[in-house]
Unconditional design. Sequence first.
Length: 142
Amino acid sequence: MQLAKDELERGGVAIVIVSFAAPERLSYYQRVHQWPFTLLADPSREAYGYFGLTRLPWYRVFSMPTVKLYLHLLRRGRKMENYGRDDYFQAGGDFLLDRDGRVLFSYHSHDPADRPPVSRLLDEVKRARRERNARKSQGDLS
């Protein structure tokens, strides 16, 4: 995702990471991961609930794709951090919203390793832009 950050931003997309971690822990996450994105805390998981993100069953959390992802990260030299009270069963997802908060695209992760390819996100941004331009040309900006 970091590699596509510039391309997404050129497409008018602001990337925000929402975590259920306490706000005071986000600075630690940022130091560890050095994400070039805005981090927001949602310890009450209201956003998770809004987007329909539930808890995953154990067999999805410890699935083969998840194990492969972590082995790949370890081989690349990534140190696995123990963040303490993280909820490994909380499902994640990726969402595109417009400036008015309308959901343009939603992707509910099947397991912790499951994320849409960045190319899919870019395609969805382009699709949303085409639809917005079509509405704009018809005089309807809603």
